[in-house]
Design a protein. Structure first.
Ligand code: ZN
Ligand code: ZN
Length: 382
């Protein structure tokens, strides 16, 4: 015997289906509307080899991840442990007001990608982030698991800010606003990002294209290519530029990688600027590899980058502060140490600084004697 739904039951089912369909459409429409509103203004300018008039492109493409990739990640993910926010950090001395001695470079790791660099009388801050969450709203986005290693009020006068790209954990509007109000620094951003700053009342933004340079007193600053992408909403992917910053002063060239996947840009920077005195290299946000590989290097690849740049000293950044991916909070430094051992790179040349820890770069650091690299994905050996 088959059970046939009555006419009334069929009507109810149809009505429920309509309601469900309407609800889905409403939710998708709202998400698209909110995502569209959050999107940053895109770059408007002439076409170049890496800008087609609307979107920027990497030298080695980064495939765009879609909804199916996101769902696959969320379905399969096995996230590592991140304990609750740790409040108490070891007390650190207040940073020096400035560093004037020629050749001297002082590095203070605030945390995540925020580093205070002091050299030639200039105080620079990379990707300054002091917010408790990195996301579109004060209540949405990844929350901070470690307080900034140096309190905002303890920061010395900031002359220059270097921003690598517009992701929320790198371009933090509230922090940029506080800095603009307190110190009025110049803010060097990749092409297309000044409009977002101005929309939020932040002055001092100056745009650079890849390989474009500007001067600040004795320093020369250049934006170099990285392999990444940009976007703050659903409809602005790749519409503003991303990059690494190179600082040339009396102490030799310094490389700030921002966020990046592996690519030939490390060797290209080494060819153009010579061996680096210092490289700030990301070691976090790399798991799962199938999702993150193209836009975030692993600790292992950070060692490749250190060698490709011939960095006298590297400092690990972009780990342990915001949970952006699946590795555990303390995986990146542990995997970095293992990769350094495997590659026979002494740990004194690749520092993992504590929150707020400051060090002077060694004055006469030894350079690697010879670096050999296979052409495809250089696995370099000393
Ligand atoms: Zn990013
Ligand atoms: Zn990032």
């Amino acid at each position: 015997m088959t059970l046939k739904p009555t006419r009334r039951a069929r009507r109810r089912l149809r009505r429920a289906g309509l309601w469900l369909g309407g609800l889905c459409l409403f939710l998708l429409g709202s998400a698209a509307l909110v995502g569209g509103c959050l999107s940053a203004p895109g770059h408007e300018g002439a076409m170049t080899p890496h800008f087609d008039g609307k979107r920027f492109a990497n030298h080695v493409p980064v495939p765009e991840k879609g909804l199916s990739d996101m769902l696959r990640w969320w379905w399969l993910r096995k996230p590592g442990a991140w304990p609750e926010r740790q409040e108490a950090l070891p007390p650190r001395p207040r940073p020096e007001r400035e560093v004037r001695e020629p050749g001297r470079v002082r590095v203070t790791f605030v945390n995540h990608a925020t580093v205070l660099l002091q050299l030639d009388g200039v105080n620079l801050l990379t990707d300054p982030v002091y917010s408790d969450r990195v996301g579109p709203f004060a209540w949405a986005g990844s929350k901070r698991h470690l307080p900034p290693g140096i309190a905002f009020a303890a920061l010395p006068r900031i002359d220059l800010v270097l921003v690598s790209h517009n992701h929320y954990d790198h371009l933090d509007l509230p922090t940029l606003r506080r800095l603009a109000e307190r110190d009025r620094p110049r803010v060097l951003v990749p092409l297309g990002n000044r409009a977002l700053l101005e929309k939020h009342g932040i002055r001092g933004g100056e745009e650079l294209d890849w390989w474009q340079s500007t001067r600040h007193g004795p320093l020369k600053l250049t934006l170099a290519p990285s392999r990444h992408w940009s976007g703050r909403g659903l409809s602005d992917r790749f519409q503003t530029l991303w990059g690494a910053h190179v600082i040339e002063g009396s102490g030799g060239p310094i490389y700030f990688a921002g966020d990046t996947g592996w690519g030939p840009h490390f060797e290209e920077a080494r060819r153009r600027f010579g061996a680096f005195r210092l490289a700030l290299l990301p070691i976090g946000a790399y798991q799962p590899r199938w999702f993150m590989r193209e836009s975030h290097i692993s600790p292992d690849e950070a060692v490749d980058a250190h060698l490709a740049l011939e960095a006298a000293t590297s400092v690990a950044i972009h780990f342990g502060t915001f949970r952006l991916s699946d590795e555990a909070q303390d995986d990146p430094p542990r995997e970095l140490r293992a990769a350094l051992r495997a590659r026979k790179v002494v740990g004194e040349r690749f520092w993992v600084l504590g929150q707020g820890e400051a060090r002077d770069l060694p004055r006469a650091a030894a350079r690697p004697s010879a670096v050999t690299c296979a052409p495809a994905r250089p696995v370099c050996a000393l």
